[in-house]
Design a binder for this molecule. Structure first.
Ligand code: F6P
Length: 549
């Protein structure tokens, strides 16, 4: 039995869960008209209504007791202070330093890192200005009008999704295109849509060893040369963001064009670093800075608010409640906001690459579920796709709904419809529709009683499906920064409770190694006996289909 599951606080939660499971939220709302009033929280411009959760006062209290028993506050402070909490890579975890607008120093190996953080921000600001004001010119003297941002995972999702989310703030000076996949169609489509004389490539790779990013950048370099550029002109059209400066210069990126990042920033936590350069280029530096400022506000909230008033902590505990005591396999994000349509994909990497693990800090196998599957899409689209399962499927899928109260190009009818769908879905999930009500609806339909009961069973909506609803005035850089930081800290707290190292990603390494071996097999440079019969068969089919004609 693990330390976690043997805690008295854990045992208490197990007991409470059994009693809560027999209750219906409908009855709780009926019994306590103040429930909604009591179960709301505001932080950093974000309003959270968590009343539609399957928790009562006893369960919430026991959850906060669990957080204390797991030393959440101590480990939170250890993270902010630069302790090497990434226990398998011996690194600090300091994405919070990237947006530290206090005058507090942040020490790594005895050095205050804030001066280099500020220097890099200044480099981003100056470079952004040089592109936007046309002073940085291409090799034929033309200003830059297109940015091709190449990266994958945390070197792609943050820049792309933040830029998409803040589309109303994009500048006219440049158009930013994102390329991630090694599928050549993507880089081909992007490069054929731009004039290289007016194009800057931003290659982002913390390790500078990611196959997809290296290959896409090589293709871009080949394209540039074939378009008339020379090696000497590369410096005008290629910059890199990496912690591996040597590999970047060896690749041909000039040292002046390398924006540094540090090993104490994880890839999925790196949009606040120079990985965010495409965001600054797309939106202007001030809007990029607004993201950072919003995240800083959430950091301050997370670092100082009492646990019971602490939004990331509350969200983390509700997630643990469903994951570990209601067997919830996943958690769905439903932004009722077209511009936030990418947020589920962003949180997917953040959460699943952090807590998709089954070994504790001590190296023992867990005896409890850990990170859930994160998925979702924009509302109202999901209602016409997967909401059927959320409403009537087996099991519990906790949902995060989110809605800006005001939107650009405000069209009152559209926005009222969007909001009413958002709120209506949370109400339907909570209250459902009883068999009796469905049976009554079928009166006078000419059905015999057996058929009436059968159809009523199909139409019954169990309800009691939990959801959080986030509201905010409008989707500003500040709010978006706070929202993302809120999820970062939720993931952190869950990792602490599950006793995981949330900051490495060893699980992705084997696939990369084997992928390179298969590549050699496909290119005819590897002994087919290296591969299992199925993989051999797949390689053979691919080679046959692509054999020179
Ligand atoms: O393979 C997983 C991963 O390392 C992610 O953690 C990371 O965000 C992505 O690949 C890209 O890594 P890099 O920025 O080093 O190219």
């Amino acid at each position: 039995m693990s330390v976690l599951t043997s805690l008295p606080q854990w045992q208490k939660l197990s007991e409470l869960a059994e009693s809560v499971k027999s209750a219906h939220m409908r009855d709780w709302f009926e019994a306590d008209p103040q429930r909604a009033e009591k179960m709301q929280l505001e932080a950093c411009g974000i309003f959270l209504d968590y009343a539609k959760n399957r928790v009562n006062d006893d369960a919430l209290s026991a959850l906060f007791d669990l957080a204390r028993a797991c030393n959440v506050e101590t480990l939170r402070d250890a993270m902010f202070s630069g302790e090497q909490i990434n226990s398998t890579e011996g690194r600090a975890v300091l994405h919070t330093a990237l947006r530290n607008f206090s005058d507090r120093p942040v020490m790594v190996d005895g050095q205050n890192v804030m001066p280099e953080v500020h220097d890099t921000l200044a480099k981003i600001e100056a470079f952004t200005a040089s592109i936007h004001n046309g002073s940085h010119k291409g090799y034929t003297g033309k200003p830059i009008k297109h940015i091709v941002a190449i990266g994958i995972g945390g070197s792609f999702l943050g820049p792309k999704i933040m830029t998409e989310a803040l589309k109303p703030h994009t500048v006219d000076a440049v158009k930013v295109h994102f390329v991630a996949n090694v599928d050549g169609c993507h880089i081909h489509d992007v490069l054929s849509s731009v004039d290289f004389e007016e194009t800057l490539v931003v290659m982002s790779s913390k390790s500078f060893s990611t196959q997809e990013t290296l290959q896409n950048t090589l293709t871009a370099k080949d394209w540039f040369i074939k378009s008339g550029g020379t090696q000497e002109d590369i410096a005008k059209h290629f910059v890199a963001v990496s912690s591996n400066v040597k590999a970047a210069t060896d690749f041909g990126i000039s040292a002046d064009n390398i924006f540094p990042m540090w090993d104490w920033v994880g890839g999925r936590y790196s949009l606040w670093s120079a990985i965010g350069l495409p965001i600054s280029l797309a939106l202007g530096f001030e809007n990029f800075k607004g993201l950072l400022e919003g995240a800083f506000e959430m950091d301050t909230h997370f670092a100082t608010a009492p646990l019971e008033q602490n939004m990331p902590v509350l969200l983390a505990l509700l997630g643990v409640w469903y994951r570990n005591f209601f067997d919830a396999q996943s958690h769905v994000l439903l932004p009722y906001c077209h511009y936030l349509r990418g947020l589920p994909a962003y949180v997917q990497q953040l959460d699943m690459e952090s807590n998709g693990k089954e070994v504790t800090q001590e190296g023992d196998s867990v005896d409890y579920p850990t990170g859930p599957i994160i998925w979702g899409s924009e509302g109202t689209n999901g209602q016409h796709s997967f909401h059927q399962l959320i409403h009537q499927g087996s099991g519990v899928i906790p949902a995060d709904f989110m809605l800006p109260l005001n939107v650009p190009n405000q069209d009152d009818t559209h926005h009222a419809m969007l909001a009413s769908n958002c709120f209506g879905q949370t109400q339907a999930l909570m209250q459902g529709k009883t068999f009796e009500a469905c049976y009554a609806d079928l009166d006078g339909k000419g059905l015999d009683d057996a058929e009436r009961k059968r159809l009523a069973a199909h139409k019954t909506m169990p309800g009691n499906k939990p959801s959080n609803t986030f509201l905010f005035e409008s989707l500003t850089p500040n709010i978006l920064g706070a929202l993302v930081a809120m999820y970062e800290h939720k993931v952190f707290v869950q990792g602490v409770i599950w006793n995981l190292n949330s900051f490495d990603q060893w699980g992705v390494e084997l696939g990369k190694v084997l992928g390179n071996q298969v590549l050699a097999g496909i290119q005819g440079e590897a002994d087919k006996d290296n591969f299992d019969a199925s993989t051999q068969q797949l390689i053979a089919k691919f080679r046959a289909a692509n054999a020179p004609k």
